[in-house]
Design a protein around this ligand. Sequence first.
Ligand code: GDP
Length: 192
Amino acid sequence: INYQLARFEASYGTVEQLPEPTTPEVAVAGRSNVGKSSLLNKVFGRKNLVKVSATPGKTANINFFEVDGIRFVDLPGYGYAKVSMKERERWANLISGYFDQERSFNVVLSLVDIRHEAQKLDLEMVGFLKEQGLPFLVVLTKADKLSRGKQNQQAALLSRQLGVPRDRMIVTSSETGQGIDELKSRIAEACL
Ligand code: GDP
């Protein structure tokens, strides 16, 4: 995959607007502030292609990026506390509406902050992916905030809590680039 070809495709606010699936898709999900925009920019090798939001959860849209014939689907970050019930409902509908469509889900990247215990919404997300039998990887973010020893400890803990085998988890940092090459090769494998 030639990531130099990464380009913003479009942004959608309702499920009905989503274009037909015509290419392999890599969907990216996670709590608001988990580091999703930073990770995508790191993978794309671009500073600002994906907007790192100053106000988390401000834009509840699904953003499509096109990279060398593969579509990256940036799902709205979930779990941001300071929004209205109505707005939260809209996000939930967007995310579940996307997964309800018959799309080519080559791999779903479920982002989880490595520093914390599994949160309720992360458990729900991963539970949903397992239930649906979708191919997914858990991407642990912000690894640079922990020592290597602590990273291993947290990865083991989250593997247990989420019920995901350790080899389906990748430890990453958008700050240091840790795990990014591994993530890229797992994405390429999934899109063959
Ligand atoms: P999003 O809401 O999931 O898109 O998260 P952002 O990419 O906007 O990141 C949220 C905050 O976490 C920002 O202040 C980032 O600078 C920070 N952040 C994101 N990734 C990393 C990382 O790998 N390491 C560190 N130390 N900070 C990160």
